[in-house]
Write a protein that binds this ligand. Structure first.
Ligand SMILES: Nc1nc2c(ncn2[C@@H]2O[C@H](COP(=O)(O)OP(=O)(O)OP(=O)(O)O)[C@@H](O)[C@H]2O)c(=O)[nH]1
Ligand SMILES: [Mg+2]
Length: 226
């Protein structure tokens, strides 16, 4: 046998979106680097150095994490985006090939909650992936005294869209692993179904199963197709 064993069963791209200041970058760092730094600068423009700004503008800023999703090794490529309106065109470039979206509002910011529908539509309009998975995330759940969006409101909104709901705190490291795992499970379900559909197609047409070349960042060693 040649080559080394693949390090994952599937690879998928996840983006974190929502209004500026809801805590996207903090969630990203907490999940990928297991740390919380309370004074991040707003994403884009977070560095005055031209090189960082340029890389950031190109969207070359993601972190990877490999987790176990129901027995499969899932490599999540997680992209932080910028919520500021003036950089929205750049953020849209991140939607390409995304299979999963962490849709964030802050529990102490009603406007960010009211903008969730906007963000949902924004992704649906601009993403090229038809089976994109969403989870709704109410961030900063530690700010109990400043809460203006109830847990029930979040739950109902998620239910309306048929998606999972989590309240998280990057500060207290609460529910963040669960939110990403919930999303990864949904993505795994979509990929599994696709794998099965492709197998059924292949049987029906008598052709050999092949991966779609333009599949969104799905690894070429996924789902029993070796
Ligand atoms: N109390 C509390 N504050 C948080 C939490 N997460 C983030 N913050 C604070 O919220 C502010 C904004 O956080 P960011 O992660 O930079 O927000 P963002 O969504 O990335 O903002 P943009 O990059 O402008 O789109 C920072 O001052 C953080 O310290 C949290 O879980 N609890
Ligand atoms: Mg940010």
């Amino acid at each position: 046998m040649t080559g080394t064993a693949p390090e994952y069963d599937f690879l998928t791209k996840i983006i974190i979106i929502g209004e500026s200041g809801v805590g996207k970058t903090c969630i990203w760092y907490r999940y990928c680097d297991t740390c919380f730094c309370p004074d991040y600068k707003s994403t884009i423009g977070k560095s005055n150095d031209f090189c960082s700004f340029f890389l950031n503008c190109l969207g070359i800023e993601f972190k990877s994490k490999t987790i176990n999703v129901e027995g499969k090794r899932a490599k999540l490529q997680i992209w932080d985006t910028c919520g500021q309106e003036r950089f929205r065109a750049i953020s849209r470039a991140h939607y390409r090939n995304a299979m999963g979206v962490l849709l964030c509002y802050a529990i102490d910011n009603r406007e960010s909650f009211e903008k969730i529908e906007y963000w949902l539509e924004e992704v649906k309009k601009n993403a090229n992936e038809k089976d994109i998975c969403f989870v709704l995330v109410g961030t900063k759940s530690d700010l109990i005294n400043n809460r203006v969006v109830s847990h029930e409101e979040g739950r109902k909104l998620a239910e309306t869209h048929g998606i999972k709901f989590f309240e998280t705190s990057a500060k207290e490291n609460s529910n963040i692993d669960e939110a990403f795992l919930g999303l990864a499970k949904d993505i795994s379900g979509v990929l599994n179904k696709r794998g099965n559909d492709e197998k059924i197609d292949a049987v029906a047409t008598g052709t050999q199963l092949q991966h779609r070349k333009n599949s969104p960042l799905i690894s070429l060693n996924c789902f029993n197709c070796s």
